[in-house]
Design a protein around this ligand. Structure first.
Ligand code: 1GP
Length: 239
């Protein structure tokens, strides 16, 4: 099993840590109090980047052996310290920089990292208000209830050669991606499916897994209430 790679049979949980919102104290607290040790993956990334990403990953790794996977908000978020790198292709958008431009700039450095690079079809959904990823990517999200467009986008991603799909409502979204969309996409492609954005309760996480998500990502809610992680882990055990 390669680090950071998912299969269609997984039901995993990942916690997203934004280097700009985490410091030594918050990371140590997260690993001593939250049950995060029982999660499957730590994603690291954010919309901006004013803190040092190497430092954040170093702090996480001093606390755990859980794989740390870069989930970059931009081409500057590259680190040798990570165990794998999610190469995001914003296939819901029509911004060429996020389909190939930044990839070209980052490619030589990514090759040197010598870690798994996981091509990820990144699909941003409308979710109630303009999220950071929508604004920063300068793209239109997919309509939240247009299942046919979501399915067509997912199939295109699979045919283009993506290795997994990330259905994203955006960090802090009002509404997570709907179970109906997750189910339709899951049934349409044979790629592993990651779901994140706006998941704040164990019930929402369970709904996403039941609809077909192979990995659920929690960021904001875990930051605000680390105790939620243990609740989600307990709920997951009943799947
Ligand atoms: C954002 O999907 C992740 O890219 C997590 O979103 O912060 O809303 O949990 P939240």
């Amino acid at each position: 099993m390669h680090i950071g790679k998912l299969t269609k049979y997984d039901k995993k949980l990942a916690i997203l840590i934004d280097p700009d919102k985490a410091d030594e104290n918050s990371i140590n607290l997260l690993f001593t109090t939250s049950g995060i040790e029982s999660t499957d993956m730590i994603l690291v990334g954010g919309s901006l980047l004013y803190n040092n990403i190497d430092l954040t990953i170093g702090l996480i790794k001093s606390n755990t052996h859980i794989p740390v996977v870069l989930f970059p908000g931009n081409a500057f978020q590259i680190s040798k310290q990570a165990d794998a790198f999610m190469l995001l292709n914003l296939i819901s958008g029509r911004n060429p920089d996020l389909l190939i431009g930044h990839h070209v700039m980052a490619a030589p450095k990514l090759k040197q990292l010598n870690i798994p690079i996981i091509s990820t079809g990144y699909m941003l959904f409308e979710s109630g208000h303009i999220t950071s990823v929508q604004y920063m990517s300068n793209t239109q999200p997919l309509p939240a209830h247009k299942t046919d467009i979501a399915v067509a986008t997912a199939i295109a991603g699979e045919l283009i050669g993506m290795k997994q799909l990330y259905l994203e409502a955006g960090s802090g979204a009002d509404h997570p991606v709907s179970p109906k969309i997750i189910e339709a996409v899951t049934n349409a492609v044979s790629l592993p499916i990651i779901v994140g954005g706006g998941i704040r309760t164990a019930e929402q996480a369970i709904q996403a897994w039941n609809a077909g998500a192979n990995m659920v990502v929690i960021g904001t809610a875990a930051e605000q209430s680390p105790a939620l992680i243990s609740k989600i882990i307990s709920a997951k055990a009943t799947l």
